[in-house]
Design a protein around this ligand. Sequence first.
Ligand SMILES: Cc1cc2nc3c(=O)[nH]c(=O)nc-3n(C[C@H](O)[C@H](O)[C@H](O)COP(=O)(O)OP(=O)(O)OC[C@H]3O[C@@H](n4cnc5c(N)ncnc54)[C@H](O)[C@@H]3O)c2cc1C
Length: 389
Amino acid sequence: MRTQVAIIGAGPSGLLLGQLLHKHGIDNVILEARTGEYVLGRVRAGVVEKGTVDMLDEAGVGARLHREGLVHDGTEIAFDGKRHRIDFAELTGKTVVVYGQTEITRDLMDGRAATGGKTIYEAADVSLHDFDGSSPKVRYKKDGKEHELACDFIAGCDGYHGASRRSVPEKSIKTFERVYPFGWMGLLSETPPVSPELIYIHSPRGFALCSMRSNTRSRYYVQCDAGDKTEQWSDERFWNELRARLDEKGRDELVTGPSIEKTIAPLRSFVAEPMRFGRMFLAGDAAHIVPPTGAKGMNLAVSDVHYLSRAFIEYYKEKSSAGIDHYSAKALARVWKAVRFSWWMTSMLHKFPETGEFGEKIQIAELEYLFSSKSAATALAENYVGLPY
Ligand SMILES: Cc1cc2nc3c(=O)[nH]c(=O)nc-3n(C[C@H](O)[C@H](O)[C@H](O)COP(=O)(O)OP(=O)(O)OC[C@H]3O[C@@H](n4cnc5c(N)ncnc54)[C@H](O)[C@@H]3O)c2cc1C
């Protein structure tokens, strides 16, 4: 089998890249290790930047997001029992949309099915070959049989645990990492959100986040110990802990109900440099991970795809390698800014066991400054709604 661009991974980055390339007549095949249902079952991101909305529109899959997504003009931060609002619209003229990653993935899958794009699900033992030369190949097993996909380029969109980054020789890649000493226990429930906007909570018991997927479906998180297992978190324990971290109004208005999904996510910041290795390119979580506090992971995957899709279009349509040559530097410049913002939000809002009272005093000073300075609030808002591409 032969294609122009072999894409590894059918998460948001792989599916979006496939859709944009197809629109420009660039042939591509997606190889995905899991089934489509499994990919759709992963409850993850929910906050969508304007740049991401524009990219989904460009790919022709934004209609349902515009119909069903909830436009948020701002967010609230609860601290010392009081809520403070950051007004994105007033401070930046921009907003974000709350629309689940599962819905985006479904829209992208439907878009791909409608255009006849080829996705091979349950592709096992995917391995990447010869991307340092002119004829890269991807090998995989499907239904027990070995297959080889020859291509011009490989796009490694296979997430943090994928095969693409791991196939790069150690001497050619440098990684940067910070692992945080806690995780997020997340619960999804068929209950109305406690408030129309997200509430980020700084409390002496640790961080919590009140988020949502729709007007009837809520997503809540509480900071938990790094080694915690979901079995240790009964619904009752979760709701009690969330209530204890909420302000009084939140406690009164919180509607609880049985969980329909519970997961623990570890928190880390991770960047691999560069993002190009000959004819293989990394995009999305394959190249970088951010703690979810800044709501940046999926949005960053989409901005990588913005640069990468343009690089391939330039190569095939204008016979220019300039985009390809600049992809890594351009993508990383934006990646590091989101890594900084996500690290900063995490540092300001979580309880850090190792920093003691000094750390707590610094957090209080940071939050008081944020709520008293328009410039500080604007800096948060500007990063939250998404820096320009
Ligand atoms: C709890 C949580 C909350 C989050 N909240 C937000 C948020 O609010 N906003 C935000 O922007 N981001 C958020 N994120 C991050 C976001 O979910 C990810 O950044 C996003 O999924 C990255 O997309 P991706 O396509 O690069 O990678 P993935 O979604 O990981 O997709 C990679 C795909 O590759 C497949 N794959 C893996 N290995 C192989 C292989 N060897 N061969 C073939 N296929 C393979 C996987 O099965 C997967 O389908 C959150 C993440 C978590 C865990």
